[in-house]
Design a protein around this ligand. Structure first.
Ligand SMILES: [Zn+2]
Length: 420
């Protein structure tokens, strides 16, 4: 009998876990705006508990926090929020309806697009990898594609090297898609690759003096899972030995620099599970090894996320700033000025901890702290919560266009500062 009771309560617990959520019927996204520091801290505690899916992280007083909540959780969350004096508004009233709308928009865009790769719809992991291979085949003097390892589920991870100056030129390492559901990230990164390759004459000066390493989708298992099972999946898909069957770690809490010290969880069912140890996730080891391999050539590391429109630099693990933070801030400002000049899109700039909140194990912290890449940035792309992760495909092109302007500023900076 006792066993039965225990088993039954385990089932109840498991039912509330993130793993069992492919169809978020009745789910809503609530927005709360903390008005006191104590409320920011409270929200941070709620995030660490892992019962709710935070679409944006608590930042500071006055900055909105978006929380996805399932129908059955709604009464409890409302009660919790009112106890600390937090009012909420409903940002997305019906997540399931928005999901179906976006699925239809994506299917319509795919039906009208004839080419294997375009920027009017989102593409699967395999399509992106095939496209990288086709670039290398069509432009052997400019592009090289290498297999750099396998994912947990056995997908091949590829890296594109772009440049015609030969080895030894200063380099920029760019990755995307570390969080599976942030579809605009691989879409924007591939847009930039396409611009550089198809307009190679326009960018001859950059391509002759700077090398680029591109890995547009570094969480392939999670990304595929967002196409096949759960559009809102964030983590990798590794086994965790969780008694609830929860899978995957947060790959951006998994990097081995001040790992697990702050803002991460050791509970596998949370969205911010740091993994069983630093670099427990093979996908992150594969990316790390490429950064180490190209070592001192890499002057800039850019990792693209969504959403919130932020251009951030280390540290994420402490509110202290790196000694050279002013250099990073200056370059970020120049890049964001160029980005904003295209469509007026506003971005905030600052160190991760001071713009968001402390969280250890991020790739940009590792790139700077262990990889010795001076200019390491995490960029949160569009939007500010209107659609969140479900950004309509018609925003891919404008996101790509404006972001590429910022990245060109970075590339010209590298060319002028480190080029010979
Ligand atoms: Zn992210």
């Amino acid at each position: 009998m006792k066993t039965l009771v225990v088993f039954a309560s385990l089932l109840v617990l498991a039912a509330g876990r993130p793993e069992t959520r492919p169809n978020p019927h009745g789910a809503q996204v609530l927005r709360v705006v903390p008005e006191q520091a104590s409320q920011v801290h409270y929200l941070r505690g709620l995030l660490l508990q892992g019962n709710y899916d935070f679409w944006t992280e608590p930042r500071a007083v006055g900055h909105p926090v978006d929380i996805m909540v399932r129908a059955f959780q709604l009464p409890q969350l409302k009660k919790t929020l009112s106890q600390v004096g937090l009012r909420y508004t409903v940002k997305i009233s019906n997540v399931a309806a928005l999901l179906s709308k976006q699925r239809a928009a994506q299917e319509a865009a795919r039906a009208s697009g004839s080419r294997a790769m375009d920027w009017t719809s989102y593409h699967t992991y395999q399509e992106i990898m095939d496209w990288l291979e086709s670039l290398a085949a069509d432009h052997p003097d400019l592009c090289k594609v290498e297999n750099v390892g396998s994912s947990f589920e056995g997908r091949t991870m590829k890296m594109l090297t772009l440049g015609k100056g030969g080895p030894g030129k200063p380099a920029i390492f760019i990755d995307g898609g570390i969080h599976a559901r942030e579809w605009i990230s691989p879409a924007t990164v591939t847009y930039m690759i396409n611009e550089l390759v198809t307009k190679r004459d326009t960018y001859d000066d950059i391509l002759s003096n700077v090398n680029f390493y591109f890995m547009p989708s570094i969480n392939p298992d999670g990304y595929d899972y967002t196409f096949t099972d759960d559009r809102l999946w964030r983590k990798t898909r590794s086994d965790t030995n969780s008694i609830f069957g929860c899978k995957g770690a947060d790959p951006n809490r998994n990097w081995g620099f001040h790992w697990m010290e702050v803002g991460a969880s050791d509970e596998p069912c949370t969205e911010i599970y740091a993994g069983s140890e630093p670099f427990s996730e093979v996908e992150m080891r594969n990316v790390r090894d490429q950064i180490i391999k190209h070592g001192s050539d890499i002057k800039v590391y850019l990792t693209f996320h969504a959403f919130s429109q932020l251009w951030m630099y280390p540290w994420g693990w402490t509110s202290a700033l790196p000694d050279d933070w002013q250099d990073l801030d200056d370059l970020a400002k120049s890049a964001v000025d160029a980005l904003t000049s295209v469509y007026g899109t506003h971005y905030d700039i600052g160190s991760s901890t001071n713009v968001i909140y402390a969280a250890a194990g991020g790739s940009d912290d590792w790139a700077k702290g262990e990889g010795n890449v001076k200019y390491a940035y995490t960029i949160e792309l569009r939007d500010t919560g209107e659609y969140g992760f479900l950004l309509p495909p018609e925003q891919i092109l404008p996101s790509g266009e404006e972001t590429f302007e910022g990245v060109k500023v970075v590339a010209n900076f590298v060319r002028n500062t480190y080029g010979k």
